[in-house]
Design a protein around this ligand. Sequence first.
Ligand code: LRH
Ligand code: MN
Length: 424
Amino acid sequence: MSSPEAARRALAARVAEVASRGAAAHQEEFGQLAARLARRGVDVEALLARLASLRIAVPSWALGTGGTRFGRFPEAGEPATLFQKIDDVAALDALTGANGEVSLHIPWDEPGDVACGPINSNTFQDGARPNDPRASWKFGSVSNAFEEARARAVDHNLHVVDLGARLGSRALTVWLPDGSNHPGQHDFRGALDRTIDSLRRVHEALPPGWSMYTEHKPFEPAFYSSVNPDWGASLLVARELGENCRCLVDLGHHLPNANIEQVVAMLLRERRLGGFHFNDSSYGDDDLTAGSIRPYRLFLVCCELAAGEADGLVDDHPLDLMIDASHNIKDPMEDILQSTEAILLAHAQAFLVDRAALRAAQSANDAALAQEILQDGFRTDARPLLREARRRKGAALEPLRAFREIGYRAEAAARRGHARAAGL
Ligand code: LRH
Ligand code: MN
């Protein structure tokens, strides 16, 4: 049995072998695009460096098939242990050069040693049934009317922070299932007061340099009210907790037709944007491949990020970019490769928007010109820039094709069989 190190070196060699396929065609395409952009006054090298610095954290819980309440169709070779998940993340990073961090979920991932992005607490499953029924999270966790349940939720989050600190993480993501299913069930103001009091005890215990992200969601699993339903409530909580608390935007946590890019702009304005859970959706929190349903919306969100960055609104706190998806029919790793590509592509197109010209058009109330300038970025095929950024890192020009050509899934299935994926 080769050591994890030896396995990763072998993987890198196989990726390098297939990575160069198509290099000649790439050089030609990249050369043409780079020349065209240079004529437009774009600093291509600076753009490539910015693209190369983007890190998209991989959710540990999305390396197996999530399934729905109506069933799950496991993929062969799904990771059954945290270390197998780490192997898969290492493989994704070897292919894309942009997935070098994993976002863990506790208790699903009680680990050994890994490079850790933001770590997620879980107060939406009791796990082992608590002895005292008043400590159960059935009626909520940090907002529960029962002090026992709130105390248990605070203890769990402190445990996750402690674990994350030992693993090199620097941020805790708190998504709360708390809410109500029936009018009258909840005292809305009391529930929010209890939520803030509970989370303040976690915020005060954050190690130096740590951040806490509040992740809003309008419904599910609660279907009448959620204690943190939208960006306004999330910002309110972040402000009351203190300077190390920021808001995390999960693209799927918005009611139909919500203007998510405007939500992003306002959280940037307040300097309270902490990070993202990228995915896409048509109806609810569908957790589908990023950019697969509404790529223009993803582009518009990235335009707000690029503008906020250019205006110095994220200097003191680089954003944590993560995928949060659930896979039911695609190979989970192929889906993550496609989400990573869509997120990087939307960033590249957003970086290509001529912001000075856009500002001038906006100041002149020239809506048509503003749209032309914006869509010029979206309509630029920036994929050669992504390929070039990967080529310079020794990653694959075409990660999905390379994933298939190296036969990673078949090899993993041979090594792991059909073990039940850890987590969800
Ligand atoms: C809630 C959520 C949250 C995670 C969970 C797996 O819908 O987006 O970020 O804890 O999915
Ligand atoms: Mn999420």
